[in-house]
Ligand binder design. Structure first.
Ligand SMILES: [Zn+2]
Length: 283
């Protein structure tokens, strides 16, 4: 049965997939067909000291890092959409005409819809409407994935796909990444207890952290924690001395990695409140 099941995540940058790396690994091991759409090569990301990248080569280097990361977690199909990383909100990269933020939303949606029709995912995962912490590229991919979830099943949408031999496809469920406060509470408490300054992104996350009640789905990935770390370490350019993992004891961040939390947002099969498996209810 698993051979026919298909899982797709729709994200914006190399390393965004890390939020569900354990789920990819878990379902890939069960024989689920796995696909990742990544809209950019993360050209506006960081360059950690000691890594061999320049602002000019960062996109190429990060594509390599992404290929390394997804190979470890069993992603079978990787689709890069060739947009440029728009950078954090308010930075000059937002104005680059090649960037995802400047792209026409329907053109992005068309590309995602085409891949949905090709890969036929039963389950899709993407960012929430705020993109986790307000990154313009995350918000753009959230919107494109949400539209593609419905439009892929509508023969009136992008009829050129059908003329080219693709068929309509109706994914069963769309999940959003959801980060309840409880997931990084111990982490924040530790930094505060040590008098360390909280990084800006975690303050944003904390402000927007979702209440426990919106979490519909908790995937137990404790047996994949080592694999998740191996996959994460592929993204060397993004792992500078200030990163998340370098600032708290290992047992704290390993604890955060052992569960992945999602919110069922759209469904053609029914609702969920306390699932442990994204394919629940799909046969
Ligand atoms: Zn991102």
């Amino acid at each position: 049965m698993s051979d026919q099941l298909s899982l797709m995540a729709v994200y914006a940058h190399p390393d965004d997939e890390q939020g569900v790396s354990g789920s990819f690994a878990k379902y890939a091991r069960r024989g689920v067909n796995t696909t990742l759409i990544c809209a950019t090569r993360g050209e506006a990301g960081e360059i950690a000291p000691g890594t061999n990248a320049t602002p000019e080569t960062l996109g190429l280097v990060r594509e390599g890092e992404l290929r390394c990361a997804v190979a470890k977690i069993g992603v079978r199909h990787l689709h890069l959409l060739d947009y440029r990383d728009s950078g954090m909100v308010g930075t000059p990269d937002n104005q680059d005409p090649r960037c995802l933020h400047q792209a026409d939303l329907m053109q992005v949606t068309e590309q995602v819809t085409r891949i949905v029709r090709e890969r036929k995912p039963h389950v899709m995962i993407t960012f929430d409407a705020w993109g986790g912490y307000g990154h313009p590229d995350h918000i753009q991919m959230h919107q494109a994935a949400l539209m593609a979830f419905w439009l892929a099943a509508d023969a009136r949408a992008f009829p050129e796909h059908l003329a080219q031999g693709l068929e309509v496809w109706a994914p069963s469920k769309l999940y959003f990444n959801a980060w309840p406060r409880s997931r990084f509470q111990r982490y924040v408490e530790h930094l505060q207890a040590e008098g360390q300054e909280l990084p800006e992104w975690i303050l944003n996350f904390a402000r927007r952290a979702q209440p426990e009640e919106v979490i519909t789905t908790r995937i137990d990935v404790h047996e994949f924690v080592n694999l998740k770390i191996e996959s994460l370490l592929c993204h060397a350019t993004q792992l500078g001395p200030n990163t998340f993992f370098r600032r708290v004891p290992e047992h704290l961040w390993r604890d955060m990695l052992k569960t992945e939390t999602l919110m069922l947002a759209e469904s053609r099969t029914g609702r969920a409140s306390d699932e442990t498996d994204v394919f629940e209810g799909i046969t």
